[in-house]
Design a protein around this ligand. Structure first.
Ligand code: PLP
Length: 349
């Protein structure tokens, strides 16, 4: 006999990318940043490790909220901080999605959205993207209490146009979460929609462009009403004290990260061109990864061959994604090793 709620028994749960033990891997499977965080973050963390961890952290993470407010030109009352962007997404699901409500999302996208909908016993409506991974017209005729849309969207890296995002905000009739975990690598973002519409929540992550995946910090920006509601349903101390210190220091050093983002964008261009030269099809990405269709081998075989050479990329075995691989943009050296391995694998074929 199972003691689980029926919907929890039935659902699959989120399956994160493989985290290898041991050294020697080229790890291009979970969209981490290949560069270290700002030295100022490391120093601030060192200074913060002492007896003060006896105390609970600031429940509101106000130092982080103030910095986000300053950086993005919004009032701190319009900011919520989470234990990663994932936490902010979960808080949104808890606050806006009840049993029998509709959760609208695309397929493919970040698979956590489905899990969050299933936990709430919502009706999860997954609208297939067009073949080129752009938004389908069918998406805009749906009504939903909550919409999760990632922009740029994984695993394609495709950035949707602003007009379409605005249409979603106007037409779905509920809260629209524009998950901008990767927006810092893109040419534009939707932050201005928060000022225009009171049903929009923008979520961001410090895991990707600020190289702090291990600290687990993300935040959301929305109208003060939306944020006030979300504050009621988060864990009271959802961001630990060291994470708050590290996040504040990172947000204070945005110049350092701008430079690193520039390097990652440059590497994205180089990797795209080099894979294309080897005969791969690569989707136009605005994120810190590319989705690419291998030449000569099926994507699943290429994944295995790369794995044997201790190069990790991500393979999603679903009808929409099983012909491609999602490859995180690594350091110049890591990207070179990937390209060399691809050349060696396909050279004799
Ligand atoms: C679209 C999207 N949103 C959110 C996240 C999670 O971000 P965080 O590490 O801040 O929880 C990811 C992580 O892969 C993601 O792909």
């Amino acid at each position: 006999m199972s003691y689980l709620r029926e919907n929890i028994e039935r659902m699959e749960g989120y399956s994160p990318g493989f985290q290898p033990k041991g050294e020697g891997w080229v790890k291009l499977n979970t969209n981490e940043n290949p560069f270290p965080p700002s030295p100022k973050v490391i120093e601030a963390l060192r200074q913060a490790v002492d007896g003060r961890i006896r105390l609970y952290p600031d429940p509101l993470a106000d130092k982080v909220r103030e910095r986000v407010g300053r950086l993005y030109g919004v009032d701190k009352e319009c900011v919520i901080v989470g234990n990663g962007c994932d936490d902010v997404l979960a808080i949104a699901a808890r606050a806006f999605l009840g049993e029998g409500h509709v959760l609208l999302m695309t397929r493919p996208t970040y698979t956590l959205y489905r899990v969050l909908g299933q936990i709430q016993r919502a009706k999860v409506l997954e609208i297939p993207l067009n073949e080129d991974f752009t938004l389908p017209e069918a998406l805009f005729s749906q009504k939903a209490q909550l919409t999760f849309i990632s922009n740029p969207n994984p695993p394609s890296g495709v950035l949707y146009n602003k007009r379409d995002m605005e249409r979603l905000c106007v037409e779905t009739g509920g809260v629209v979460v524009i998950d901008e975990a990767y927006a810092d690598f893109a040419d534009r973002n939707c932050l201005d929609l928060v000022r225009k519409y009171d049903n929009v929540l923008i979520t961001r992550s410090l895991s990707k462009h600020m190289a702090l995946a291990g600290l687990r910090v993300g935040f959301g920006i929305a109208s003060d009403d939306v944020i006030r509601g979300m504050m009621k349903v988060r864990d009271s101390y959802n961001v630990n004290c060291l994470s708050q210190v590290g996040a504040a220091a990172a947000l204070d050093d945005s110049g350092y990260y701008l430079q690193k983002v520039r390097e990652i964008r440059r590497e994205r261009g180089i990797l795209t061109e080099e894979l294309q030269r080897l005969g791969w099809k690569v989707l136009p990405s605005q994120a810190n990864f590319v989705f690419a269709f291998p030449a000569k081998l099926h994507a699943s075989e290429m994944y295995e061959e790369l794995f044997r050479r201790r190069i990790l990329v991500r393979y999603f075995d679903t009808p929409e994604t099983r012909d491609g691989l999602r490859i995180t943009i690594g350091s110049p050296e890591e990207n070179r090793r990937l390209l060399e391995a691809v050349g060696a694998i396909t050279g004799g074929r």
